[in-house]
Design a protein around this ligand. Structure first.
Ligand SMILES: Nc1ncnc2c1ncn2[C@@H]1O[C@H](COP(=O)(O)OP(=O)(O)OP(=O)(O)O)[C@@H](O)[C@H]1O
Ligand SMILES: [Mg+2]
Length: 241
C-alpha cells in the first residue's frame, strides 16, 4: 500500500521554482531517501508535505486522502510527523519535558504523557539524560531528541531532515540503528541526508533531485553507479563502501 503520493508537485518562491513537477510514491513500511545537491529543493518538498507551504501546483495524498491544503498541526494528528533541519527544542527545559510536550497531542493525562515519554526515551537509549536541559545537550543528543519528540506524536510516517548532519562516524552508526528501530516499530520513513554511507545503509529506495526535478530513482546500488547522479551530486571519486 502507498502511504504517501506526491503528484506533479511544484513550489515557486517568487520567480524561483524550488520544486518542479515532482512525482514520488512511498510504500508503507519502507525507508525512502531524498538526496541531491544543496538548494535542490529537498527541505521544500518536506515543507510542502508537512503543510508549512501550500504547493503552487500538484497534489499530495497521505493514506489516500488529499492533504495539500491542511495545517501542520492537523496533519500531525493524522500521523504525519517531521523533524527540522535546524533543531528547535525548548532549551531551558529537560529532555523529558520536551518529549512529554509532544505526547500531549494524543493524551491530556500528565501521568500517561510521562509514561509514554519515558518509554520513547528508553527506546532511544536516552533515559539516562531525561533530566538534562536541552540547552546542555551535544549535537548528537539534540538530533536524537528531535526524533524522540517526533515519535512522541505516534506517527505513521516520519520525515527526517538531515538528522545526521554534524555527527561523528560512530554517532552516525548509532543514528542509523535508531532509525532502523523506528521503522521496525511500524513507522514508514522519508529521509533527507547528505551522508551517503548512512543513506546506503538505511534506504530501501532513493530519489535524487536537482533543481527541484527528479533525475533518478532506484535501489542504493543502482543510484551509486548512475551516471547522472554521479555528475550532479556524488562526484567521480565516489565509491560504494
Ligand atoms: N521560504 C523561502 N523563500 C524563498 N526561497 C526559498 C525558501 N525556502 C527555500 N528557498 C529556496 O528554494 C531552493 C531550495 O531550497 P531547499 O531548502 O529546499 O533546498 P535543500 O535541497 O533542502 O538544500 P540543503 O541540502 O542545503 O538543505 C533554494 O534555492 C532556496 O534558496
Ligand atoms: Mg534542506
Amino acid at each position: 500500500m502507498n502511504i504517501l503520493k506526491l503528484q506533479n508537485i511544484t513550489m515557486d518562491f517568487g520567480g524561483l521554482r524550488a520544486v518542479n513537477s515532482l512525482n514520488i510514491i512511498i510504500k508503507q513500511g519502507e525507508i525512502l531517501a531524498l538526496i541531491g545537491p544543496n538548494g535542490a529543493g529537498k527541505s521544500t518538498v518536506f515543507n510542502c508535505i508537512a503543510g508549512v507551504y501550500k504547493p503552487t501546483a500538484g497534489e499530495i495524498y497521505f493514506k489516500n486522502k488529499k492533504i495539500d491544503r491542511q495545517k501542520p498541526w492537523n496533519l500531525c494528528k493524522t500521523g504525519l510527523a517531521r523533524t527540522f533541519q535546524i533543531v528547535k527544542p525548548f532549551t531551558s527545559k529537560t529532555v523529558l519535558y520536551n518529549v512529554m510536550t509532544a505526547t500531549f497531542l494524543k493524551t491530556s493525562s500528565i501521568k500517561t504523557a510521562e509514561k509514554k515519554a519515558l518509554d520513547i526515551l528508553q527506546l532511544f537509549n536516552f533515559a539516562d539524560k531525561k533530566d538534562v536541559k536541552a540547552g546542555n545537550l551535544t549535537i548528537a543528543d539534540l538530533k536524537r531528541l528531535e526524533i524522540a519528540r517526533a515519535m512522541a506524536t505516534e506517527p505513521k510516517l516520519l520525515l527526517l531532515d538531515e538528522v545526521m548532519a554534524g555527527l561523528r562516524p560512530s554517532e552516525v552508526d548509532d543514528m542509523v540503528s535508531v532509525i532502523k528501530q523506528v521503522r521496525d516499530s511500524g513507522v514508514t520513513i522519508f529521509v533527507i541526508e547528505h551522508i551517503m554511507r548512512a543513506i546506503m545503509a538505511l534506504s530501501d529506495n532513493i530519489v535524487v533531485i536537482q533543481f527541484g526535478k527528479k533525475i533518478a530513482q532506484g535501489l542504493p546500488a543502482e543510484i551509486a553507479k548512475d551516471e547522472k547522479v554521479i555528475k550532479a551530486y556524488l562526484g567521480d571519486d565516489y565509491e560504494l563502501s
